[in-house]
Design a protein around this ligand. Structure first.
Ligand SMILES: N[C@@H](CCC(=O)N[C@@H](CS)C(=O)NCC(=O)O)C(=O)O
Length: 216
C-alpha cells in the first residue's frame, strides 16, 4: 500500500493544482489504492519532515521502506512497476524519460513564472514590464510543444507519466487563455484530462481540500 503525503489544507486558489495530483493520477491509472498522510505547513517546516523532503514541500510518497520526494521521480518510480505508466521497451522508455525532464525542466519553470506573476504580482510596479517578457517565453514553449504534437496523440508513444506531468504543467495557465491559442496542445490537454483516472484524482483532491476547509 502506498502512502501519499499532501498538505492538510491549502489556500483556495491552489485547490485542484497541488502537485499531489500528479501522484494521485498515476496511482489511479495503475489501479493502485493509497493512503493519505496530511501535513500542516508548520509540520512541513520541522527538521523531521525536512529529512524526508528537504524543501518542506509535497508530495512525498512512501512505498514500503522507500520514501521519495519530487513528483517526477515518484512517477518514474511508479512507472518501473506499472507498464501502463512507462513502457518496457528501452527506446520507448527513454523517450518517456526525455519528455518527463522536458515537462519539468524545459517547460514548467517558464509557465510557473508567468502563472505566479498573474496570480500574485499584477499590482507590483514592475509587473507591466515583466509580463510581456514572461508571456513571450511561455508562449514560445507552448508553441514548441504544440508543434511536437503534430501527428501524435501523446508526447511519447502511448499515454505515459510524461503526459501526466506535462498536463499538470500546462494547467498552471488554466483560465488565462494562453493554451487555447494552440489547437493541437488544447486537443492533447483535453484528451489527457478526459481520462477517468485524471477525473477521479482531481475530484479526490478537490474533495479533500474542500472538506478540510469546511472542518477548519
Ligand atoms: N519540484 C517539486 C515541487 C513541489 C511543490 O512545488 N510543491 C508545492 C505544492 S504544489 C509545495 O509544497 N509548496 C510549498 C512550498 O514550496 O513551501 C515536485 O515536483 O514535487
Amino acid at each position: 500500500m502506498y502512502t501519499l503525503t499532501t498538505f492538510r489544507s491549502v489556500p483556495s486558489f491552489a485547490v485542484g493544482h497541488v502537485r499531489d495530483l500528479r501522484v494521485r493520477w498515476a496511482l489511479e491509472e495503475a489501479g493502485q489504492p493509497y493512503d493519505l498522510r496530511l501535513v500542516d505547513f508548520a509540520d512541513a517546516a520541522t527538521p523531521d519532515y525536512r529529512r524526508e523532503q528537504p524543501f518542506g514541500q509535497v508530495p512525498v510518497l512512501q512505498d514500503g521502506d522507500l520514501t521519495l520526494f519530487e513528483s517526477g521521480a515518484i512517477l518514474l518510480h511508479l512507472g518501473e512497476r506499472y507498464p501502463t505508466l512507462l513502457p518496457r521497451d528501452p527506446a520507448a522508455r527513454a523517450h518517456v524519460t526525455m519528455w518527463t525532464f522536458a515537462a519539468l525542466n524545459s517547460v514548467e519553470p517558464y509557465l510557473a513564472n508567468l502563472a505566479n506573476l498573474v496570480a500574485f504580482s499584477l499590482d507590483e510596479p514592475w509587473a507591466a514590464a515583466q509580463r510581456p517578457v514572461l508571456e513571450e517565453i511561455a508562449l514560445k514553449r507552448l508553441g514548441q510543444v504544440d508543434a511536437w504534437l503534430e501527428g501524435r496523440d501523446f508526447l511519447a508513444g502511448d499515454f505515459s507519466v510524461a503526459d501526466i506531468l506535462m498536463t499538470t504543467v500546462v494547467r498552471l495557465l488554466d483560465g488565462m487563455g494562453y493554451v487555447e491559442r494552440f489547437d493541437r496542445l488544447t486537443a492533447w490537454r483535453n484528451r489527457c484530462t478526459a481520462r477517468p483516472a485524471y477525473r477521479k484524482a482531481l475530484a479526490d483532491q478537490v474533495t479533500h481540500f474542500t472538506q478540510e476547509a469546511a472542518a477548519a
